[in-house]
Design a protein around this ligand. Structure first.
Ligand code: SAM
Length: 162
């Protein structure tokens, strides 16, 4: 598979899985975490599929498209190793969906991220809530949810906290 094909697959899978997660949490209340605002592409999709929810976006700096930046209350700037430990005062409830979009494309960097990110994600996720990650996380007590048939092959994994 060419890199062009795998990039196309990854983006389609990301959208299919976010839409699937949206259906799964349809009747649940609670905010959404976007871990990795980047250029704001998936944040922009999240705010379309979750118009009524608080969406908190995290990144070490703001480099998103000017039209895809959350308001100051919902944009959490800084290293997530710190901000995920300290953001509680502005978050009204545990998130029912955490979207972790932080793959670096380097296996060692991804393993390092998994090590510090996994316990923070595990602690933040609401009971019964979902985590969509573009890299495998270490989440004991979570189950892996079957991917919808229309999701192309990609590294994404959808977990539920049971
Ligand atoms: N979801 C974005 C989109 O669709 O445009 C893409 C996110 S990009 C792949 C990953 C982002 O994670 C980068 O913007 C990077 O700055 C951020 N990031 C990675 N590690 C981080 C950390 N430890 N703390 C804060 N931000 C981090």
């Amino acid at each position: 598979m060419s890199r062009l094909e795998s990039t196309i697959n990854r983006l389609i899978a990301q959208k299919v899985l976010l839409d699937h997660a949206a259906a799964l949490i349809d009747t649940r209340e609670g905010p959404v975490f976007e871990l990795g605002l980047g250029n704001g592409r998936t944040f922009d999709h999240l705010r379309q599929i979750f118009p009524q929810r608080d969406i908190f976006a995290f990144d070490r700096s703001i480099r998103a498209h000017a039209g895809c930046i959350p308001d100051a209350e919902h944009m959490v700037v800084g290293d997530m190793r710190d901000t995920l430990r300290l953001v509680h005062p502005r978050v009204p409830a545990k998130p029912v969906l955490i979207h972790a979009d932080m793959g670096a494309g380097d296996p060692t960097a991804d393993l390092a991220t998994r090590e510090w990110l996994s316990p923070l994600v595990a602690a933040w996720a609401a009971d019964g809530g979902y985590v969509l990650s573009d890299r495998r996380l270490e989440l004991p007590g979570f189950t892996e949810i079957e991917r919808p048939a229309e999701a192309p092959v990609s590294p994404h994994i959808l977990y539920q906290k049971v």
